[in-house]
Design a protein around this ligand. Sequence first.
Ligand SMILES: Cc1cc2nc3c(=O)[nH]c(=O)nc-3n(C[C@H](O)[C@H](O)[C@H](O)COP(=O)(O)OP(=O)(O)OC[C@H]3O[C@@H](n4cnc5c(N)ncnc54)[C@H](O)[C@@H]3O)c2cc1C
Length: 450
Amino acid sequence: MAGKRGHAIVLGGSLGGILAARVLSESYDKVTVFDRDVLPTEAVNRKGIPHGAHPHGLLARGRQVLEELFPGFTADLTARGGTPVDLQRDFVWINDGHRLLRAESGLQGLAVSRPALESYLRGRILSLPNIEIEAGHEALGLLTSADRAKVSGVRVRPVDGGEEREARADLVVDATGRGNRGPTWLAAIGHEKPAEDRIESGMNYLTREFRRAEGDADFGGAVISPWPDLRRGGVAVATEGDRWTVTLIGVGDEVPPTDTEGYLAYAKSLAGEEIHDLLSKAEPLTPPLRMRLPVSVRRRYERLVSPPEGFLAFGDAICSFNPAYGQGMTVAASEAIVLRDCLRTGRPQDLARRFFAGAAKLIDVPWNIAVGADLRYPEVDGPRNATTGFLNGYVARVHRAALTYPPAGRAFLAVANLTAPPTRLFSPGILLRVLWSTRPSVRHGRTPVA
Ligand SMILES: Cc1cc2nc3c(=O)[nH]c(=O)nc-3n(C[C@H](O)[C@H](O)[C@H](O)COP(=O)(O)OP(=O)(O)OC[C@H]3O[C@@H](n4cnc5c(N)ncnc54)[C@H](O)[C@@H]3O)c2cc1C
């Protein structure tokens, strides 16, 4: 690698910002992270991450990358109360009403809360000598070179009322999340905004924590997905501190109720009994917390005719998904590897073009999975074609095959966990089984494990 490249600024000090800073620290002399929140050192929720209180499953690919970038990651978080899980053996999955048969898969995830992940990873980057975090600083916009061809820094303001100031940098990375203003900032300095793909998916979440007791469940997590015939779902994940973080999900007009009786009745109406069984005996630790996610957005930076030099977007600032498949953090982690590879080879002048192209290629798969699932709801607007219909029909048959045939479940989970390409679902063994599988759907209610 050539010598280091000066100063990089990362806007946003959450998962995406931490990952970007970690890989930038290999190639830049100094990395400064600005976040508008005052960042806690403990594993607690904070204002800038309203989604942090909701369950955040870390998929197999995400855990792999975090282990590579932060050696000892899994052992350290396990020591802090996280639960390592085999995602097929230790998780209950009920997809479209079909219970995936549990079996050893080798897909290693980690059940831990989002604040625990973030505080641990932030501690790790703070131990690197060339990264500093300026918390309590809001980014307001970008600075540009005289010819406007290059982003040359940012305008920031302390949130405690101090003066706005300019911070110069050779590279600015926007990791300010789902509601970021990166495109507007680019337009303000005379650059094209990226096109956006938007899917109005309309998901309602209601999350509550419960005490976890020894032996109260034979799983580390349960995911009961909603689908067009039953727009209700639920997620339960074992988290550190002997807790269950449990979310009830409703699609569109389905909104989980907060009163105890209604909440339990809603849980009972799901396509599997596990979450209801857990809730009916566990002690609640927090009040129910609502969140509505109306839309998934993908910003097509890779299509900009001339992306400005010195500016990247990262994590949810590029693409914020419907979290149904829990892929956001894993995508951010995978983008970190793309960024690291782009920094190690190629010309710095076309870093933006190379990074956005690599990130787009990696985002294609999880975006298509999430959007494909959303487009099954007839009221959701979006580009439907024969391929969407075929793939959704095929995946539904994979779920059916996974009732009795563990390799089908493993193939589905490997693709959803981003450890295998979608073609894995069409490998000869799976294809044959899917075609052979004429078993009638067993949906809604107590689906038998065959
Ligand atoms: C309900 C829900 C459930 C989810 N479940 C999962 C899951 O199970 N698994 C999974 O992998 N992913 C899940 N996700 C997605 C995951 O949360 C995101 O993909 C991930 O947090 C991306 O992180 P990010 O750092 O890009 O953005 P964010 O986490 O949104 O962080 C943005 C950061 O930028 C800061 N910021 C914002 N604006 C400014 C500004 N102007 N100046 C300075 N700082 C600023 C904020 O304070 C924050 O720290 C879920 C998301 C939601 C909403």
